[in-house]
Structure formats: structure tokens, C-alpha cells
Design a protein around this ligand. Structure first.
Ligand code: SF4
Ligand code: SF4
Length: 266
């Protein structure tokens, strides 16, 4: 924690960055995002096991970008988000500096290549709870799985916290908010909820960085992140591309090739 606070002070004092996006004390044991712009506030930064949400969602917010060059306290999934946003031309290298928290240590990563190198040393690991639920879902028949999701998504209140917390849901205007025509019903009901979550999962296919932040944000405890994990893993199997692996990839679901044999739908 002291190392992070000292680094933030150094970067802000030198003018290397204008804001440090990090974690601060929240209510009880929780942590909340904070935006440190002055050297004397660097002591508000906290880093510990309770810091779990992916802060990369703020990297594309116009009001944050307007502050100037950003440093961000980055978990491995935050680093993957940075690479994915860069690959999608949403983030420029000169605008961001990652303060990576890896294995309890702090590393300053100023280039996308450095982030890629650092990530290469981090093993892929889902939490035990997520892995257990994925194994359970995988073992189900299609009918059982459909029933599982119908019940889970039936509890959705359409608050859109999952969308707001996701670094990859950065569109200024989302299909969900269109009302001329209205593609997806606004009210919370079985069909509309299913449509929202299917559309969202398809839009995250191959792009989800498996941070789990959307699931943690859900006020009614729906494991909504597992839908996007499944979509990401399907693209990984089909095309050999992992979400957030590189700032240079042409991602499968956003690349058009006239000679694509489209064998996956035959
Ligand atoms: S969809 Fe994927 S990238 Fe977005 S918040 Fe959920 S787990 Fe993270
Ligand atoms: S956060 Fe939960 S309740 Fe809110 S829209 Fe997403 S799945 Fe539905």
C-alpha cells in the first residue's frame, strides 16, 4: 500500500499523469473507486484483497479522460481490459499507465507491450466458486441449462448495473436504450430479460476479459458473468483468440474476411 501511495505521489508531482484511478475505503469492508488528482490525496489509495472490481470501465468515460493522462491501479483482468480496449481502438498507449498489482507486488507498466509481457506470467484462473458453477452448467443437458438460466434471469430487475460496471460495455448509446424502434422491452419480464442477456452475451463474445465484475455488481446475485465467460470461451475454442490477450489482434467477431469458410455454422 505504501509503495502504491508513494508511486502515485511521484507520478502526480512530476505531472506524468493527471489522475490516478484506484481504490479507496468504502462502506464496511468494501472498496470503492477513487480518482486521485492531488499529491496530498495519494494517501487515500488502498490496495488489498477487497479490491476486486475492474476499474478499467472508467478509462473510456469522457469525464475521466478529460482530466488528462491516467494511471490506473490494475488487477490482471484490468490489464487484459486495457489490451482489449486498445485492440478496439478505444485507448491510446500515451493516455494510460498501469500500476499493476501482481502477486502482491506493484509494477509500473507504461506500454501495451509491457502489459502483454507481464500478463504472460499470470496463469488463467477462475475463482473456485465460478469454476464449480461452470462445471455444473457444463454437465447439464441443454434443457436443464435453459431452465437454470430462465430461473436466474427471471430475477433480473433490469437495473443495468452489469452493463455499467463492464469495461467492454462502452457504447455511448446502447441498443437497450433505443426506443425508436425499441429493440428490447424496457420492463423486466421473462422474454425481455432473456433478450437483454443474450444480446449482451453475444456482444461480449470473444471480448469479455473474465473479470467477473458484472456478476459482482448484480444486486440480486445473478451469476451473469458466466454467460459472457461461456461466449468468450466459445470464441477461444473456435478461433484460438482469448479476450484481452493482445493490443494488436484483429478480433474474430469484429473481423470480416470474404474468404471465411464459415464452417462453424454448417
Ligand atoms: S462481461 Fe466480462 S469483461 Fe464485462 S464485466 Fe462481465 S466478466 Fe468483466
Ligand atoms: S445487474 Fe443483475 S438485476 Fe441488474 S440488469 Fe444486470 S442481471 Fe439484471
Amino acid at each position: 500500500m505504501e509503495a502504491l501511495q508513494a508511486k502515485a505521489r511521484e507520478l502526480l508531482a512530476a505531472g506524468t499523469v493527471k489522475v490516478v484511478i484506484g481504490y479507496g475505503e468504502g462502506t464496511g469492508d468494501t472498496r470503492r473507486p477513487i480518482f486521485v488528482r492531488a499529491v496530498e490525496r495519494a494517501g487515500d489509495l488502498v490496495v488489498d484483497a477487497a479490491c476486486t472490481q475492474n476499474l478499467a470501465t472508467y478509462l473510456t468515460k469522457a469525464e475521466v479522460r478529460a482530466l488528462g493522462r491516467m494511471a490506473i491501479v490494475a488487477l490482471p483482468s484490468t490489464l487484459r481490459s486495457i489490451l482489449q480496449l486498445a485492440a478496439e481502438k478505444q485507448l491510446r498507449e500515451e493516455n494510460v499507465l498501469a500500476l499493476a498489482v501482481i502477486d502482491g507486488g506493484l509494477r509500473e507498466l507504461a506500454t501495451f507491450d509491457a502489459i502483454e509481457e507481464a500478463l504472460a506470467t499470470v496463469p488463467d484462473a477462475l475463482s473456485d466458486a465460478d469454476q464449480k458453477l461452470i462445471d455444473k452448467l457444463t454437465a447439464m443437458s441443454v434443457t436443464e441449462r435453459r431452465a437454470f438460466w430462465a430461473e436466474e434471469l427471471g430475477r433480473c430487475v433490469k437495473c443495468y448495473a452489469c452493463r455499467s460496471s463492464c469495461p467492454m460495455c462502452y457504447c455511448e448509446r446502447c441498443t437497450m436504450d433505443c426506443n425508436r424502434p425499441q429493440w428490447i422491452p424496457v420492463a423486466s419480464h421473462a422474454i425481455g430479460n432473456l433478450e437483454y442477456h443474450m444480446v449482451r452475451a453475444m456482444h461480449l463474445a470473444g471480448r469479455c476479459v473474465e473479470c467477473g465484475t458484472c456478476g459482482k455488481a448484480c444486486p440480486v446475485g445473478i451469476p451473469v458473468h458466466l454467460l459472457t465467460f461461456f461466449a468468450e470461451q466459445s470464441v477461444r475454442r473456435q478461433f484460438g483468440q482469448k479476450g484481452g490477450a493482445s493490443a494488436k489482434l484483429d478480433y474474430a467477431m469484429s473481423t470480416f474476411k470474404p474468404d471465411d469458410k464459415e464452417t462453424f455454422i454448417r
